[in-house]
Design a protein around this ligand. Structure first.
Ligand code: A3P
Length: 275
């Protein structure tokens, strides 16, 4: 056919289901969905829309790698598939399992200021309880041990925000070069430079541009423009209003996370200057 003689011509029968070459392993409430959707703007990236939970769920993992591959979207051989399952980051067994699949896989971790992330995590759980008409504790009650008045390290939303502890487990399997840290707070306010860093990390030609991202004042977030016809914002569950938290509790948490943050910056080489 005329005008269609490019050697880059692609055929539907070339489509295959490929294992991911990169995984967004976390962190829950870091902006994992936004990161996946924004990377999917790149023509060489194909996303697995659903969280697959292959490596963190024993039942799924027992189904084998072919089950996992069949959960992947169809793509052209030169494209790369990316999936995100935020529970991977904090689940004990996952690093070894991913290593067994592909020891040279690229791992993306999107983090946010740890106290904000913990409150975001709490807000999601709270919303789930409210949907079932259940009451729930206040954040302050969960985050601070009532007996000692110290930070309650048994509370999951607190533990998940101790990023360095989790990363150190991963480093038993993968060298630090295989990780890229995305600044989730900056992805909210200024997504393009963060995405450009990821393009570099993935060895992709820079293709995501300001055209693909427009600020939606009503949502208060950036939305995605794929082309002249198709654009979208993330679901309403992304960008929840957080409950107000006692400032002294925030101060206590920030003080608690501070040394862990310093260690995290030191290990990753990414200095995020959290308060
Ligand atoms: P909040 O709901 O606390 O604001 P995850 O996808 O990992 O669950 O992360 C959800 C977080 O992504 C939201 O947390 C929100 O702040 C953040 N986010 C980043 N970019 C966004 C965007 N363009 N639209 C909506 N939410 C975005």
């Amino acid at each position: 056919r005329k005008g269609n003689s490019s050697k880059e011509q692609v055929h539907l029968h070339d489509l295959v289901q490929q294992l991911p070459k990169a995984i967004i392993i976390g962190v829950r409430k870091g902006g994992t969905r936004a990161l996946l959707e924004m990377l999917n703007l790149h023509p060489a990236v194909v996303k697995a829309s659903q969280e697959i939970h292959f490596f963190d769920n024993d039942e799924n993992y027992a189904k084998g790698i072919d089950w996992y591959r069949k959960k992947m979207p169809f793509s052209y051989p030169q494209q790369i598939t990316i999936e995100k399952s935020p529970a991977y980051f904090i689940t004990e067994e996952v690093p070894e399992r991913i290593y067994k699949m592909n020891s040279s896989i690229k791992l993306l971790i999107i983090v946010r200021e740890p106290t904000t992330r913990a409150i975001s995590d709490y807000t999601q759980v709270l919303e789930g309880k409210e949907r079932k008409n259940k009451t729930y504790y206040k954040f302050e009650k969960l985050a601070i041990d009532p007996n000692t008045c110290e930070v309650n390290t048994k509370y999951k939303a607190v533990r998940t925000s101790i990023y360095t502890k989790h990363l150190e487990r991963w480093l038993k399997y993968f060298p630090i070069e295989q990780f890229h840290i995305v600044d989730g707070d900056r992805l909210i306010t200024e997504p393009l430079p963060e995405l450009q860093l990821v393009e570099k990390f993935l060895n992709l030609p820079p293709r995501i541009s300001q055209y693909n991202l427009y600020f939606n004042a009503t949502r208060g977030f950036y939305c995605l423009r794929f082309n002249i016809i198709f654009n979208k914002c993330l679901a309403g569950s992304k960008g929840r209003i957080h409950p107000e938290v006692d400032p002294s509790v925030i101060t206590k948490l920030r003080k608690f996370f501070h040394p862990f943050n310093q260690k995290f910056y030191q290990i990753t080489g990414r200095i995020l200057n959290w308060p």
